[in-house]
Design a protein around this ligand. Sequence first.
Ligand code: ATP
Length: 238
Amino acid sequence: MSLLSIQGLEGRHGLLRAFQDITLDIAEGEKIALIGANGAGKTTLLRTLAGVHPVSRGTIRLDGDDITTLPGHRRAALGLALVPEGRRLFATMTVAENLRVAESAGRGGYWNLDTVVQALPQLKPKLAAPAGTLSGGQQQAVAIGRALMTNPRLLLLDEVSLGLSPVAVQGVYESLARLFETQTAIVLVEQDLKRATDVADRIVCMLEGRIVASGRAGEMSRDEILGHYFGHREPAHG
Ligand code: ATP
């Protein structure tokens, strides 16, 4: 059975359909890269899966149980965690406080303050610092650590490299590399196609709110993915 099973899902912003007809099964431990241009509906879809945006049609099942209308905090307790675009930390709270806030929301398990700091060692000297004083890359590490504190079975990562310097992006991906080796399933939204295809098992392409292609990472060429990204199957060469 799939870990998460999404059937005919639709999400709206008022009258606008942000995404529609989304049917997708995510296996335990699977790593999916969700690719698509700005406005394709990726962020709204991740927020909907995390329970912070309402479903307007369709169903979401976790381990076969219908969680379509379950609020976000109950989904977190079942193992769904979102690292949101823009990080959304408590800027005046310390790094340790930001991490501990998530602990009670989750399931309990391997991840706690000690194991998160081991996995994200750049946070160790910063634990007592207000999160708002950290660099962008360090703040992103806090946001990832905060999600890990809930011991997720499925981690939803929304553009973790957005707005970061190349060095910071490298640092964030080095931290994520360990995570990609664990049994945590991951959906990664990433604009950098190479990074996405390097770490994912499966690529799912979205265009104008729909899934237009899906395939094993090694079996889809860059041109094919770019074609779906821009909405034409066979991009011009040269
Ligand atoms: P991006 O990479 O820019 O974040 P995305 O693929 O994540 O894009 P969404 O942010 O989910 O796409 O946007 C999907 C559609 O919903 C777009 O047409 C966008 O303009 C619209 N939209 C997103 N957020 C809102 C909002 N808060 N209110 C109204 N419309 C919104």
